[in-house]
Design a protein around this ligand. Structure first.
Ligand SMILES: Cc1cc2nc3c(=O)[nH]c(=O)nc-3n(C[C@H](O)[C@H](O)[C@H](O)COP(=O)(O)OP(=O)(O)OC[C@H]3O[C@@H](n4cnc5c(N)ncnc54)[C@H](O)[C@@H]3O)c2cc1C
Length: 474
């Protein structure tokens, strides 16, 4: 095994150079720690989800600058109490500090729309047109900026180094072994921060934790999170939590082959206004719980490529036009498959669905909506309307759009405390080991698959881990 060629041992070695790793690196260097970041990507602009991000800093889709009590309540409500109160309060309290800290590092924020959720968006935003458009935008600009600042502070980012295993001494993490240029390189440090971005890019782990057919999901991100951090951490006794949920959106099935159909436009506004059916034209999910919830339900189908969203012309013209890169008109412009029929029978024929079953499903749904019994079990599954209004499917032409579940990043991972320290199953912290951003678990997800926010999660855990390590005596 080769030893690293840096003379001074490091205070912290960070695995992964997305928002979590790079904020942590700079904050640690600011506090006087010697920092090294290992990044598996070799390109100058190595890909990661931060590079692709839309750039919206929110907490559970609320304004990140709201008071701590309101945002804590929001996290607890969105995740149906899955997130522990101390963790929720920490994210709620520290989120706004991520914004001011990034501003001091040179990041610029702008308001991207009138919605409260869009108050703090990295400029220029990463959501500009259908397909990917990240160069010179949001996360790309932020990462370049953070790397420049890290270099000025004497820290270093090493590309082409893939963290593979942790070095332990008397129960304490004291370094990491990385694959680098064909050899195993040994990096000693007082602590290791795992910031590898989750496990969505590792189909074996997705199969183990999330669904039987990961090959039938669309990677709605860089796919660079390969679960190395999770694998390394569990090998030294770390506990996992919430690994069965992912953050993602419903996409046109054609996104599997057409790069102008992901990450935007997504279909969530059609899905939450209309109904989602399987190959038998049966509903299988409460559409009112939102696009992230529906994407997870689609992933869990025996055949995740069998789902279609059904809606009418009124939904297409109203809900279909919601969002910065709306389904209507972008789906059609970018060549997505859209089945149409002037009657439900004609639609069923076009979409390859059983006509009688589709007619029954739509009629039953419309009746329950008119009778206000959608929520009380007149349809199965029941459909809630508190977050997203249910709409009748009455006005032809009728539409069916084949879907795929887009997986952006896993929501669960290494269990952490309020300092982002990795925890064992008995709740004790593993000295010297921290998990950040999408590598963590317990900060979002739960029964309602509550989305708290990937950027805020990354920023908060990064600041707290660096500050905790700096507060400990060497
Ligand atoms: C299209 C898109 C839009 C999004 N929009 C938003 C948004 O508007 N708001 C929001 O809050 N969130 C958004 N997200 C999610 C958010 O961007 C991510 O949750 C966040 O950037 C994750 O940061 P991270 O640092 O944890 O992981 P990443 O940014 O993925 O970084 C992890 C890094 O670790 C590296 N790595 C992996 N394994 C190893 C290893 N073994 N050794 C060394 N390096 C390794 C990877 O190559 C990568 O560079 C979006 C994501 C996407 C894809």
């Amino acid at each position: 095994m080769a030893l690293n060629n840096d003379n001074a041992p490091h205070d912290v070695v960070i695995i992964g150079a997305g928002i979590s790793g790079m904020i942590a690196a700079n904050r640690a260097a600011q506090l006087g720690l010697r920092v090294l970041v290992l990044e598996q990507g070799t390109a100058d602009k190595y890909l990661c989800n931060t590079r692709y991000t839309g750039g919206t800093f929110h907490i559970g889709l609320r304004d990140i600058s709201l008071d701590e009590a309101t945002l804590t309540a929001r996290i607890l409500e969105a995740t149906a109490g899955f997130v522990a109160t101390d963790l929720a309060a920490t994210v709620a309290r520290e989120g706004r500090r991520v914004i001011s800290w990034l501003q001091a590092e040179g990041s610029r924020f702008m308001r991207a729309s009138a919605s409260e959720y869009h108050k703090f968006v990295l400029a220029p935003p990463g959501r500009s047109r259908p397909g990917l458009d990240w160069e010179g935008r949001a996360g790309d600009v932020m990462l370049q900026n953070l790397e420049t600042n890290l270099n000025k502070r004497g820290g270093r980012l090493v590309r082409g180094a893939r963290g593979r295993s942790l070095i332990m001494e008397a129960g304490r993490c004291v370094g990491v072994v990385a694959e680098q240029g064909g050899s195993a390189v040994h990096y000693a440090a007082r602590a290791v921060f795992i910031a590898d971005g989750g496990f969505q890019g590792n189909l074996d782990l997705v199969r183990q934790y999330i669904c039987a057919h990961p090959e039938k999901l669309k990677q709605r991100g860089a796919g660079t999170g390969r679960g190395d951090g999770l694998t390394m951490a569990t090998a030294v006794g770390a506990a996992l939590i919430g690994t069965d949920r992912f953050y993602g959106h419903t996409q046109s099935r054609d996104a599997l082959t057409n790069d102008n159909l992901w990450p935007y436009p997504y279909l969530d506004s059609l899905v939450t206004a209309g109904i989602v059916v399987d190959a038998q034209a049966q509903r299988f999910v409460d559409e009112g719980r939102g696009g992230v919830f529906v994407a997870n339900a689609i992933a869990g189908l025996d055949d995740p490529l069998s789902a279609q969203v059904i809606f009418d012309n009124t939904i297409w013209e109203k809900a279909g036009r919601n969002g910065l890169i709306a389904a209507n008109p972008h789906l059609e412009k970018e060549g997505a498959t859209i089945h149409r029929g002037n009657t439900l029978e004609a639609l069923a024929a076009a979409a390859g669905l059983p006509a009688q079953a589709l007619a029954q499903t739509v009629a039953g749904y419309n009746q329950a909506l008119a009778a206000k019994t959608l929520e009380s079990g007149a349809v199965t599954p029941a459909r809630q309307s508190s977050k997203h209004e249910a709409c009748a499917i009455l006005q032809g032409p009728f539409f069916a759009v084949p879907m795929v579940a887009g997986i952006t990043n896993t929501m669960g991972g290494i269990r952490v405390n309020v300092h982002a320290q990795a925890l064992r199953t008995d709740g004790s912290a593993i000295d010297g080991l921290y998990a950040l951003g999408a590598a963590t678990g317990g900060l979002e997800g739960g029964p309602e698959i509550g989305y708290v926010g990937g950027l805020v999660k990354g920023g908060v855990t990064a600041l707290l881990a660096a500050e905790h390590l700096a507060s400990l005596k060497p």
